[in-house]
Design a protein around this ligand. Structure first.
Ligand code: NAP
Length: 311
């Protein structure tokens, strides 16, 4: 059963242009805000994937803690949550719904399609038009909304972006957007060529690729998107399942009397104004630490040392 979502005017559906970018200061969270289509979100967001069980399968070990983390996210003023119906599967979306529905008007929930889960916890791709329609409806249902704020079309595989056309998949999502089921579109795990191809089909408000201090393959893409007013949303900002570790990171962190995770987030925040952070955590203590950490001010010397990690 679908629960009706928030009714809003949909000017972006006519707009063929790109997202308008603004960064303003908000006193509560580092980095201010960014405008995705018609919505303003905090640049410091939250990635919900780690709320599911081990390897993103099954329920969390502590259900009440997962709900508490989500309520803390919103309570601290974060307005951008990243999720997927494939997390759990369904578990993460259902936790978000249980913790936060009816959603505050300011909350922007981004989800993604393009993969499902198998019994072994694998992530088989599912990108035929019928697969994508089914995944969009599953996200609507599990989140309890009539319209999804943002759907990322996830391409590539576990090794990263792979060449190939995104056209058929993205056209399917553009059709669903025209039908009013999706407000904004993004792309994930993509090449620069796929971003350009998608933008020829419908407006793209964000690109979500793997990027962090140690994985800088997208440096040129980040800068290009900044000039186009398109958000870049790095996944695995802290290294994901393999936490970032490096001597330079530890050295800078110890000089600033901060944790390496804090410095990694501050570096992303300072890297480019179009970068939106979605660090994942299942801990309210880490959530607070990450907010404080992302607001650290890195000197030119700090940045120069850290830049050496990814090159
Ligand atoms: N588009 C895609 O293909 C794709 C792929 C992967 C992820 N994503 C999205 O990106 C988001 C972020 O990725 P992610 O959560 O996998 O990786 P991440 O943000 O790089 O790292 C999360 C890990 O870091 C730990 N952590 C967080 N804060 C910490 C702190 N202050 N101190 C020590 N450890 C800390 C977390 O453990 P604790 O729980 O103990 O804090 C968790 O294990 C996901 O939630 C998901 O929404 C998208």
């Amino acid at each position: 059963m679908l629960v009706q979502g928030r009714g809003r005017h949909h000017p972006w559906q006519e707009a063929k242009g790109t997202a308008m970018a603004t960064t303003t200061f908000t006193p509560h969270l580092p980095g201010g805000t960014w405008t995705l289509g018609d919505s303003t979100v905090t640049r410091f967001g939250y990635g919900a994937m780690q709320l599911a069980g081990p390897w993103v399968m099954g329920p969390p070990a502590d259900h009440d803690n997962a709900l508490a983390v989500l309520r803390e996210v919103v309570g601290l003023g974060i307005t951008h949550i990243d999720t997927s119906d494939a997390y759990g599967p369904r578990i993460t979306n259902e936790l978000i719904r249980e913790a936060l529905h009816p959603y505050p008007e300011s909350l922007f929930i981004a989800t993604k399609v393009g993969a499902t889960r198998d019994a072994q916890g694998g992530w088989p791709t599912a990108r035929r038009p019928e697969d994508l329609r089914e995944q969009v409806h599953e996200n609507l249902d599990s989140l309890g909304v009539g319209t999804l704020d943002l759907v990322n079309m996830r391409m590539g595989d576990a090794q990263g972006p792979q060449p190939g056309s995104i056209a058929e998949a993205f056209e399917t999502l553009a059709d669903l957007q025209r039908d009013g089921l999706i407000r904004h579109l993004g792309v994930s795990n993509v090449t620069a060529e796929q971003v350009a191809e998608a933008r020829g089909i419908a407006p793209v408000v964000c690109v979500q690729n793997m990027y962090n201090l140690a994985h800088r393959h997208d440096d040129a893409l980040v800068d290009h998107l900044a000039t186009e007013g398109i958000a870049y949303v790095p996944f695995f900002p802290l290294g994901g399942f393999t936490p970032l570790q490096s001597d330079a990171l530890s050295r800078v962190a110890s000089r600033l009397k901060a944790t390496p995770m804090s410095v990694a987030l501050a570096w992303l925040m300072q890297r480019s104004p179009n970068i939106l952070l979605i660090p994942g955590t299942s801990s309210t203590a880490h959530l607070r630490e990450n907010i404080a950490g992302a607001g650290l001010s890195l000197s030119d010397q700090d940045v120069a040392e850290l830049d050496g990690i990814g090159h």
